[in-house]
Design a protein around this ligand. Structure first.
Ligand SMILES: Cc1cc2nc3c(=O)[nH]c(=O)nc-3n(C[C@H](O)[C@H](O)[C@H](O)COP(=O)(O)OP(=O)(O)OC[C@H]3O[C@@H](n4cnc5c(N)ncnc54)[C@H](O)[C@@H]3O)c2cc1C
Ligand code: FES
Length: 265
């Protein structure tokens, strides 16, 4: 974990309410696990000391090791709105990389990656990392669920490198008009994967968790929670583990990626 002032390399609008911000960390980012996140302090807010959590979307730059990260974010409130006005060259304070990420071994077999909306951000990094490590593209199947065609930008960087992508949208303007969990369940029944990795809204993750248990498939999910410190110190992100009596986890420190073998929500 590092606290650092980072230089903004770019901050561009890539779709309706979607932005990509590139941050030069100045230190090697090759050890970062997909699913880990950074807490960004956004200047100009009344609660400027409270940082906002964002997943790492990809690493890039640097002569031998990547020395920059990119975050893909959606403007949903005052912090992300303010962030969208930050200019190239400005300095931001970030804390991270934080938390525990996905753990997928090279011999994991067929992996279904299931994303809902902005939940695509850490999964983009996961897929890029797996491909970078020589994982067979045919062993990764991406299921993406969005609201409409306006969410297409979330899959943009994977289109050229990943042949197996299934898409569902609420209004049917992109892919099938369906829930992504329904698309995934149909294929899980036909061709059960060896592992599922997922990130998205809680209702989607609950459904995926149920399917994983029903079909006995190992499953890792990345959870979202309102976070203040990002370090396990404030209890703001505490969540009950329903597998154990009276056991609470900190999503920021024990997660955000949890293995359903050890954790239920
Ligand atoms: C581990 C983690 C990784 C994340 N990664 C990304 C990412 O890669 N890209 C991205 O766009 N967003 C991501 N988020 C969500 C992001 O942190 C929130 O959208 C952001 O903090 C909202 O700040 P705001 O000031 O704009 O919104 P606020 O003005 O604080 O709130 C606006 C609305 O957003 C909701 N909101 C606020 N914080 C969260 C949150 N943590 N989770 C869900 N809803 C929230 C509020 O309930 C409210 O409805 C992540 C969250 C977590 C916990
Ligand atoms: S955000 Fe403070 S304990 Fe997790």
């Amino acid at each position: 974990m590092k606290l650092n002032k980072v230089r903004v390399l770019h901050n561009r609008c890539v779709g309706p309410s979607y932005y990509k911000i590139g941050l030069e960390t100045g230190y090697g980012m090759d050890e970062v696990q997909p699913g880990q996140f950074v807490m960004i302090q956004i200047p100009g807010l009344a609660d400027a000391l409270l940082r906002r959590p964002f997943s790492i979307y990809r690493t890039f730059g640097g002569p031998s090791k990547p020395q920059a990260i990119e975050v893909l974010y959606r403007v949903v409130g005052k912090g992300t709105d303010r962030l969208s006005y930050i200019k190239e060259g400005e300095l931001l304070s970030i804390l991270g990389p934080l938390g525990k990420g996905f753990s997928v071994a090279p011999d994991s077999g067929l992996v279904y990656v299931i994303a809902g909306g902005i939940g695509m951000a850490p999964l983009n990094f996961l897929i890029l990392r797996l491909l970078d490590k020589g994982f067979d593209t045919n062993k990764i199947r991406l299921f993406f669920g969005g609201r409409s065609i306006s969410d297409a930008v979330l899959m943009e960087d994977l289109k050229p490198v990943l042949p197996n992508v299934r898409v569902a949208t609420e209004d049917g303007t992109l892919g099938q008009k369906a829930l992504v969990t329904d698309l995934a369940e149909t294929e899980i029944r036909q061709t059960p994967p060896d592992m599922i990795c997922a990130c998205g809204p809680m209702a989607m993750l609950k459904k995926i968790g149920e399917m994983a248990l029903q079909y006995k498939i190992p499953c890792q999910v990345s959870l979202e929670a309102i976070m203040a410190c990002g370090l396990g110190a404030c209890l703001g992100c505490a969540m009950k583990n329903t597998l154990a009596e009276n056991q609470y986890v900190h999503v920021c420190k024990d997660g955000p990626v949890f293995n359903l073998k050890d954790f239920r929500f």
